[in-house]
Write a protein that binds this ligand. Structure first.
Ligand SMILES: NC(=O)c1ccc[n+]([C@@H]2O[C@H](COP(=O)([O-])OP(=O)(O)OC[C@H]3O[C@@H](n4cnc5c(N)ncnc54)[C@H](OP(=O)(O)O)[C@@H]3O)[C@@H](O)[C@H]2O)c1
Length: 245
């Protein structure tokens, strides 16, 4: 059965690098890349680009279309995440919090990935291993929060992490072939980090290609050691080091 990789939030820098890294494996896996934007296959000839508005209904319709594809889903990468946007800046202090901005960041960073996990679940249960990686961030670690600030982004990634951990517990009962990970890429050169790159120490700003290769290697290793027993989700970084929740 043909293996299938699904990349969600496909227009981003890290998503695009993950698509390149999967293509470079040259393992015959078909790639379906899903984005809010209408993307073309110019950069990746073998990738099928689908558009989805990330509404609950839009996600369900997209997943219904996925039921028709021939092949087993063995890799899912969910990339959605925003730190800033038109009119949205990470908050330095409590007075900067704006309800609309906070809701909007929670929606794209925590709720959207969880809705995808929910909708994909019936398609993932199989005798074959499936590894699902969701881009999180170390800043979402509750126990590792020593700096404060960035309320909306921090809260959204903490909420995302809780969703991932909780889903993994359920998969332990319903889909033991699936492994879930919250992945921290490190500070990576992308539109998301661009306004904040001046304070990054020398050598600590990674290229999307470097991070994507690290993630795909991690996913390959996880799949090959998967033993179909219930397992907790992992919160793990670009060096494959565990992060405390
Ligand atoms: N770059 C870093 O330093 C860094 C550090 C830690 C964690 N991360 C995480 O890594 C992931 C990828 O980030 P990136 O650096 O590749 O950033 P990016 O190039 O700015 O990509 C943005 C991502 O967010 C999605 N997105 C944008 N607006 C959205 C909205 N309104 N609703 C839902 N999704 C939306 C995009 O998907 P569409 O294709 O659907 O637009 C795309 O996947 C994010 O989850 C980010 O939080 C990045």
């Amino acid at each position: 059965m043909q293996s299938t990789s699904i990349v969600i939030g496909a227009s981003g820098a890290l998503a695009s690098a993950c698509i390149n890294a999967i293509e470079a494996l040259d393992d015959g896996s078909q790639i379906i890349a899903i984005s809010r934007r209408k993307l073309s296959s110019t950069a990746h000839a073998d990738v099928r680009y689908w558009q989805c508005d990330n509404s609950e209904l839009g996600i369900e319709e997209c997943v219904n279309d996925l039921k028709e594809i021939d092949g087993h889903i063995d890799r899912v990468i969910i990339c959605n995440g925003r730190l800033h946007d038109d009119g949205i800046k990470p908050e330095k202090r409590l007075e900067d919090i704006k309800a609309d901005a906070l809701f909007s960041i929670m929606q794209s960073n925590a709720l959207t990935p969880l809705l995808w996990i929910k909708a994909l679940t019936p398609l993932l249960k199989s005798s074959q291993p499936c590894v699902m990686a969701v881009f999180s961030a170390r800043i979402g670690s509750i126990s590792d929060n020593h700096l404060g600030g960035w309320y909306s982004y921090r809260m959204s990634k903490a909420a995302l992490n809780m969703g991932i951990r909780t889903a993994a517990i359920e998969y332990g009962r319903r889909a033991k072939n699936v492994r879930l990970m919250a992945f921290h890429p490190g500070t990576t050169d992308s539109p998301l980090s661009r306004p904040f790159q001046t304070s990054v120490p020398e050598g600590k700003l990674f290229s999307p290609a470097f991070v994507a290769e690290s993630l795909i290697t991690l996913m390959q290793n996880t799949a090959s050691s998967l033993d179909h027993s219930a397992a907790e989700a992992t919160f793990i970084d670009w060096e494959h080091k565990t992060i405390p929740w």
